[in-house]
Design a protein around this ligand. Structure first.
Ligand code: F6P
Length: 319
C-alpha cells in the first residue's frame, strides 16, 4: 500500500478532524502517502483531490466540522456515479479509501468495496447509529452540547414554572435524546424506536404537579415528530402551555470533547492499520473499549439498537 485517499461525508461531526489527522499521520509514519478528497463523494466524482502532508492536519485536532468539507451526494448512489469515483481514484493512483461518516457514507464505501475498490469505514456521526460500534465520533460532543442546553433551559423552566419541550436531532435513532434526557433528568423522553403513550405522559406531568413540581423537561427526538407538533398534542391532551426549543444544527458544531478526540484518533489509526495489513472492505468500531473491525457489507445489514434498559431506567427515575 503506497497511497490512500480519505474523505468525510454526510452530516459533519465534531472529532472528524481528529480522525483525519490520525489517518494522515499514521499513514505517513508508515511511509504511505495520503490524498484528501474534498466535499465527500461529490468531490470524489469531480476530482477535488489533493495530497495531504503532516502539516496539512496541524492545528485541527480541537476544531469541530471537517477540514475536508462534507456533502450528501445523490449521484454517488448510482452505479454511474460510483464508476466516476473509481476512475478518479485510479487516475490519482489511490489504492484504498478511508471514509469517515454515517450510514449514507458507509453505503458509498460498501458500494465501492463491492466493485473491487477497498474501503475502510470510520464511524463519524452525532447520531450514534452505526452498527458494530458502541460509540460514533461526534456523539459525545453533541450529547454534551444538548446537556448544556437542557441545564440552561431547566433554569428558566424552574423560574417560570413551565414545561419545556426540547427537540433534538436523530431522524432514525434515539441515542441523543435518550442519553441527554437521562443525563439531564428529563421527565419524558421520546425516541423513534419506541411508541409513546400520551395518557402516560399526561399522568406523569399531573402527578409531578400534585407533589408541587411545577416545571418539566420533555426531550423529543426529531424522528418522532417536531417539538411544535408534540406541544400541540400535549396541549390538547392536558391543556398545559409549554415552550418549545429546537436545538437544530448547534448540535453538530463545537470543539470535540476529549472522549471524541481520543476515539477519533484510535479509530482513524486503526483504519490505516487494517489497510497496512491488506484488509479492505472493513468497518472499524469500539466495543467495550476494544477496537474492533467488521466486514462492511455484512455489518450494514445489522440494525443499530438503542439501549432499551436505559430507556426503561429513564422512566423509573422520572416518576
Ligand atoms: O446524521 C446527522 C444529522 O445531524 C441528523 O441527526 C439530522 O437528522 C441530519 O443530520 C440533518 O441533516 P442536514 O444537515 O442535511 O439537514
Amino acid at each position: 500500500m503506497k497511497r490512500i485517499g480519505i474523505l468525510t461525508s454526510g452530516g459533519d461531526a465534531p472529532g472528524m478532524n481528529a480522525a483525519i489527522r490520525a489517518v494522515v499521520r499514521k499513514a505517513i509514519y508508515h511511509g504511505i502517502e495520503v490524498y484528501g478528497i474534498y466535499n465527500g463523494y461529490n468531490g470524489l466524482i469531480n476530482g477535488k483531490i489533493e495530497k495531504l502532508e503532516v502539516g496539512s492536519v496541524g492545528d485541527i485536532i480541537h476544531r469541530g466540522g471537517t477540514m475536508l468539507h462534507s456533502a450528501r451526494c445523490e449521484e454517488f448512489k448510482t452505479r454511474e456515479g460510483q464508476q466516476k469515483g473509481i476512475e478518479q481514484l485510479k487516475k490519482h493512483q489511490i489504492e484504498a479509501l478511508v471514509v469517515i461518516g454515517g450510514d449514507g457514507s458507509y453505503q458509498g464505501a460498501k458500494a465501492l468495496t463491492m466493485q473491487g475498490f477497498p474501503c475502510v469505514g470510520v464511524p463519524g456521526t452525532i447520531d450514534n447509529d452505526i452498527p458494530g460500534t458502541d460509540f460514533t465520533i461526534g456523539f459525545d460532543t453533541a450529547l454534551n452540547t444538548v446537556l448544556d442546553a437542557i441545564d440552561k433551559i431547566r433554569d428558566t423552566a424552574s423560574s417560570h414554572e413551565r414545561t419545556f419541550i426540547i427537540e433534538v436531532m436523530g431522524r432514525d435513532a434515539g441515542d441523543i435524546a435518550l442519553w441527554s434526557g437521562l443525563a439531564g433528568g428529563a421527565e419524558t423522553i421520546l425516541i423513534p424506536e419506541e411508541n409513546y403513550d400520551m395518557n402516560e405522559i399526561a399522568d406523569r406531568l399531573r402527578s409531578g404537579n400534585d407533589r408541587g413540581k411545577k416545571h418539566s423537561i420533555i426531550i423529543v427526538a426529531e424522528g418522532v415528530k417536531s417539538g411544535n407538533e408534540f406541544a400541540k398534542e400535549l396541549k390538547e391532551a392536558t391543556n398545559y402551555d409549554t415552550r418549545v426549543s429546537v436545538l437544530g444544527h448547534i448540535q453538530r458544531g463545537g470543539s470535540p470533547t476529549a472522549s471524541d478526540r481520543v476515539l477519533a484518533s484510535r479509530l482513524g489509526a486503526k483504519a490505516v492499520e487494517l489497510l497496512i495489513e491488506g484488509k479492505g472492505g472493513r468497518a472499524v468500531g469500539i466495543q467495550n473499549n476494544q477496537l474492533v473491525d467488521y466486514d462492511i457489507v455484512e455489518i450494514l445489514g445489522t440494525p443499530h439498537k438503542v439501549n432499551i434498559d436505559m430507556y426503561q431506567l429513564s422512566k423509573e427515575l422520572s416518576i
